[in-house]
Design a protein around this ligand. Structure first.
Ligand code: SF4
Ligand code: SF4
Length: 259
């Protein structure tokens, strides 16, 4: 009987810290089970052995920050039947998107001894700004259980079961006391995409939005509440400008406080 070909998985890196790729390696036991179902065809973080494309599923980490990246992501798309972006860098431009609010040449002149050697774009942008993306998995880093769910879903040709409600919902499920209501701690949980299991509020810290915006967040309403807690306009601008500063909803809200 002819053997069915295993689907080919490729993992690509753009401008990023590799933390999301490490979430895949961190799957350990599940990774062995996964390797039984798919062929890990291109994953330089894990192995130098590579198999030529096309690939059934590509996972893309990182943002586009150089002219070379902008060309390479087009090649990756052409070789990929399905393309999933993983992490805040790939879905929103990452912390490096702070350059979008400033002059990147000024940053380069401060950081590098020879900034004239640096070939970079003025902005850091999400992969979806450049090519069609089949699914975006948020987080900095991503949650490995959600990653396994996404890979499984694509193997089974169904939509991933990844909720797009807020961190507040996870707090309620976990039985966390609300840090804002109980202690007046500023928290971005009401506008932030679920996925982390509300880990920060569980330790009495406010959420700082590392999973990026939930679906249809009401950031202006949250900002009014944060102002009542004593945050200044400058603080409100900064609270939205972290790992997901380039996400449209957070960018727009931070701009509203850029006075
Ligand atoms: S999203 Fe966060 S953990 Fe993932 S690559 Fe970017 S900086 Fe690293
Ligand atoms: S910052 Fe928010 S989204 Fe990120 S781990 Fe903490 S609670 Fe979760």
């Amino acid at each position: 009987m002819a053997r069915t070909r295993k689907p080919k998985l490729a993992v690509w890196k753009f401008a990023s810290c590799d933390g999301c790729q490490l979430s895949l390696l961190d799957c350990e036991d599940e990774l062995l089970a996964l390797a039984g179902e798919i062929q890990i065809a291109y994953f330089p973080e894990a192995t130098r052995a590579t198999v030529r494309g096309p690939y059934d599923l590509s996972l893309v980490e990182g943002s586009v920050t150089t002219p070379h990246d902008a060309r390479r992501i087009q090649q990756v798309r052409r070789q990929s039947r399905r393309l999933v972006t993983i992490g805040a860098c790939a879905t929103a431009g990452g912390i490096q998107a702070l350059r979008n609010f400033a002059d990147v040449r000024e940053f380069a002149s401060v950081v590098y001894a020879r900034p004239d050697y640096i070939e970079t774009l003025a902005t850091s942008t999400a992969i979806a700004h450049h090519v069609r993306v089949d699914f975006e998995l948020r987080g900095c880093p991503i949650n490995k259980q959600q990653l396994l769910e996404v890979i499984n879903a694509f193997l089974q040709r169904r939509r991933p079961n990844v909720p797009d409600y807020s961190v507040c919902m996870e707090c309620k499920r976990r039985g966390n006391v609300c840090v804002t209501v109980a202690h007046g701690t500023p928290c971005l949980g009401p506008v932030t995409h679920a996925g982390c299991g509300a880990v920060c509020p569980a330790f009495d810290r406010g959420c700082y939005g590392c999973y990026g915006p939930m679906e249809t967040p009401n950031a202006p309403a949250l900002s009014r509440q944060l102002r009542q807690l004593g945050m200044s306009e400058a603080q409100l601008k900064r609270i939205y400008r972290t790992f997901n500063a380039g996400a449209e909803e957070f960018r727009a809200e931070s701009d509203r406080h850029d006075v």
